[in-house]
Design a protein around this ligand. Structure first.
Ligand code: GLY
Length: 563
C-alpha cells in the first residue's frame, strides 16, 4: 500500500478510495498489519497472515523478505531481537544477537602500543560477528509459529530467484558503490548475470542468495550453520583473513529471554533486555519522565528539550557503566536501573536551569551506525511482534562470499574496542562490553511493545545506532503522554543525547532558532541533524476494532500494509 498523506483537500474519487485504508500517513486494517522498511516485504508478511499464519509467522517471513529486498540492513548475515506478546498477554523475547568468534581477543583491534587502529573494528572480515538471524527466526518459529517453516521462507526464495524491480533507493546505492573504495563483492552485488549494473526499475535477480535461502527453507537452522553454507563461510573466511570457523557456526544458539518490563502510568512497557541496552534505558527514561509535571511542560519547548536531554544523558551514562552481555555479566543491576526509586535519584539531580556536564573521565559511547531495520506485526488475535535486526553499517562489512550471495555484518564494532580507555570524544572502555570469545556485543536496538490491560497497544521500533533508544523513547512518550496520533508521534521533532560526546543532537528544521539559542544559553552544545529515527509502528485501537500502521516518512521504500 502506497502511503498517502491525505491532509489536503482531496477531490478525486480515486484518491478518496485509497484514503479508506491509508489516511494522514496512517494505514488501517481490521485483521492484521505489517509495517516494514519495504513494501514488498510488508506484503509478504500480510500474505502469511491471510493464509492463517500468526504474528510470529508473518514477522519471520517479512524478515527473510527484507534480506532480499532491503539488503542494506535486512539480513541473514547479521543479528537482532524479537519482542513478542500473544493475544492473551504472555510475553517473551528472542535474542539472536551476533557473537564474537572463538578466536576473538580483547585487544584484536589495537596496535602494538595498545591504541585502537582507527576504523579496524568496523572493517574487513575480523569485524564480522557470528551471525544469529537464521537461528533466531528458526527458534521463534519452532516455539511460536503455526504455518510450516517452508511456507515462510519460500516467498523470499522467489523474490531472490525471480527478481523484483529495483527501487530508486537501491539503484542509487548501486551507482554509488561503483567507486574504488568499494570491495569487489559490493561492486558486483547489483549486477545482472551478464555483468551489467541493474538500473532503476529493471529486474534484479540474486541467484546465489536464492540457493542459500533454499537450503535454509529445506533444512531450517542447519541449512545455514551446518553443511554446504557453513563450509563455504569457513572457506571464505580462511582465504580472506577472517576468523569465523564451522565450530563458531555450530556453537551459535539463539536465546529466549524474559523481556525487560516497566510501567508508565496505566501502560505496561515490554522491551529487549541485555545484550541490548535499549529496554533498560527506555524504562529508566520513562520512569524519570513520569516524575516530571509534563502537564505544565509544552512539547518542543525549551523546558521540554532540556528535560528530555538531561534524562537521556543520565540513562546513557548508566548504559555505559553497567550493561553488556548478561552471560558474561551476571551481576548487572537490571532491577535497580529500571526501578521507580532509581529514577527518583536520577530525576532529583537534574538542574532545570543548567545543562549538566558529562564527565569525560567516566563513561560514554560513540554515535554509531544507523543502518538497522525494524518491523512491527500484529495479527487477528492481537498477538504482536516487534523485531529489529541489523548488519551494523549500511551493507554491514560490505563483504560476502559470492557463492552464498549474502552480506556479512560488521557488528564487532559494537564492542568496546580499547579496554580501559574512555574519552570525551566518546570512546568507551568499560569492562561489561569488552571483547571475549563467544560474547554478544552490546546493542541499542529497542524493539518495544506497550500494552494496556495486558494486551498489545503500541508496537514500535527503529533503526539508528544509539539514537534508536532515544527515538523509540520519544515516540512512546508522544503517544502515551502527549496523546499524539501515531503518525504525528513518529514525525514529531526528536533529539538525541548519549552522554558522551557531550552534545545535544536535534532535527534542524523542527526546532526553532529561539529554542536553540535558549538551550545554548543553558549550557547545551547543539549539533544539527537532518533526521533522527525511521520508526515503524502499529497501534491497536481496541474500542474501534482497528489496527493503525505507520511507516516513517523518512523510509523511502517503507510501507504499512493492513488487511
Ligand atoms: N548495530 C546497532 C546496534 O545493535 O545497536
Amino acid at each position: 500500500m502506497i502511503k498517502l498523506a491525505c491532509n489536503s483537500k482531496v477531490t478525486l474519487i480515486i484518491v478518496l478510495f485509497f484514503c479508506f485504508s491509508s489516511t494522514y500517513g496512517q494505514t488501517y486494517g481490521r485483521n492484521g498489519m505489517v509495517v516494514s522498511d519495504n513494501e514488498l516485504a510488508s506484503q509478504v508478511g500480510v500474505t502469511i497472515l491471510k493464509k492463517g499464519g500468526n504474528a510470529i509467522d508473518a514477522a519471520v517471513a517479512t524478515a527473510f523478505a527484507l534480506a532480499v529486498v532491503h539488503p542494506q540492513a535486512g539480513n541473514i548475515g547479521g543479528g537482532g531481537f524479537i519482542v513478542y506478546i500473544n493475544g492473551s498477554g504472555a510475553s517473551t523475547t528472542i535474542d539472536f544477537r551476533e557473537k564474537a568468534p572463538l578466536q576473538a581477543t580483547p585487544d584484536m583491534f589495537l596496535d602494538k602500543n595498545g591504541e585502537l587502529i582507527q576504523g579496524s573494528n568496523h572493517e574487513g572480515l575480523k569485524s564480522v560477528g557470528v551471525p544469529g538471524t537464521v537461528a533466531g527466526l528458526f527458534m521463534a518459529h519452532q516455539k511460536y509459529g503455526e504455518l510450516p517453516w517452508k511456507e515462510l521462507v519460500q516467498p523470499s526464495v522467489e523474490l531472490a530467484k525471480n527478481g523484483f524491480s529495483l527501487s530508486w533507493t537501491l539503484a542509487s546505492h548501486a551507482r554509488r558503490m561503483q567507486d574504488n573504495s568499494t570491495p569487489g563483492f559490493m561492486k558486483d552485488f547489483f549486477k545482472n548475470p551478464e555483468g551489467d549494473l541493474v538500473e532503476f526499475g529493471e529486474t534484479w535477480v540474486q541467484p546465489a542468495l536464492a540457493q542459500t535461502l533454499e537450503r535454509i527453507r529445506d533444512k531450517g537452522r542447519d541449512g545455514f550453520y551446518e553443511g554446504k553454507v557453513a563450509r563455504e563461510i569457513e572457506k571464505f573466511m580462511k582465504e580472506n583473513g577472517g576468523i569465523i570457523t564451522r565450530k563458531d557456526l555450530k556453537a551459535y544458539t539463539a536465546i529466549e529471554r524474559a523481556p525487560i518490563k516497566g510501567t508508565y502510568k496505566e501502560y505496561e512497557i515490554y522491551s529487549m533486555p541485555p545484550p541490548s541496552s535499549g529496554g533498560v534505558a527506555l524504562i529508566e527514561m520513562m520512569n524519570i519522565m513520569e516524575l516530571a509535571n509534563l502537564d505544565s511542560i509544552q512539547f518542543n519547548s525549551t523546558a521540554y528539550v532540556h528535560l528530555v536531554a538531561e534524562t537521556m544523558r543520565r540513562a546513557f551514562a548508566d548504559r555505559a557503566e553497567f550493561l553488556g552481555d548478561p552471560d558474561f555479566n551476571p551481576e548487572m543491576p537490571l532491577a535497580k536501573l529500571t526501578s521507580k526509586e532509581f529514577a527518583q535519584k536520577r530525576y532529583q539531580n537534574i538542574d532545570f536551569e543548567r545543562a549538566s556536564v558529562s564527565d569525560s573521565t567516566r563513561f560514554g559511547q560513540l554515535y554509531d551506525g544507523t543502518n538497522t531495520t525494524h518491523l512491527s506485526v500484529i495479527d487477528k488475535n492481537g498477538s504482536a511482534v516487534s523485531l529489529t535486526y541489523t548488519l551494523e553499517y549500511s551493507y554491514g562489512s560490505k563483504l560476502g562470499a559470492p557463492k552464498l550471495g549474502f552480506i556479512f555484518n560488521n557488528e564487532m564494532g559494537d564492542f568496546n574496542p580499547q579496554p580501559g580507555t574512555t574519552t570525551s570524544s566518546g570512546l568507551i572502555g568499560t569492562p561489561p562490553n569488552t571483547i571475549s570469545p563467544g560474547k554478544r556485543m552490546l546493542s541499542s536496538m529497542t524493539p518495544t511493545i506497550v500494552a494496556k490491560e495486558g494486551k498489545p497497544y503500541l508496537v514500535i521500533g527503529s533503526p539508528g545506532g544509539r539514537t534508536i533508544i532515544n527515538t523509540v523513547f520519544q515516540t512512546v512518550l508522544n503517544v502515551l503522554e502527549y496523546e499524539m496520533p501515531l503518525h504525528r508521534a513518529i514525525e514529531a521533532m526528536k533529539i538525541h543525547h548519549q552522554w558522551l560526546p557531550d552534545r545535544l543532537i536535534y532535527e534542524t528544521d523542527l526546532l526553532s532558532p529561539d529554542t536553540q539559542k535558549a538551550l545554548e544559553e543553558m549550557g547545551h552544545t547543539l549539533y544539527g541533524a537532518g533526521n533522527l529515527g525511521r520508526l515503524m509502528g502499529i497501534i491497536h485501537s481496541r474500542d474501534q476494532g482497528i489496527y493503525i500502521g505507520v511507516s516513517d516518512s523518512s523510509s523511502p521504500d517503507g510501507a504499512a500494509v493492513g488487511y
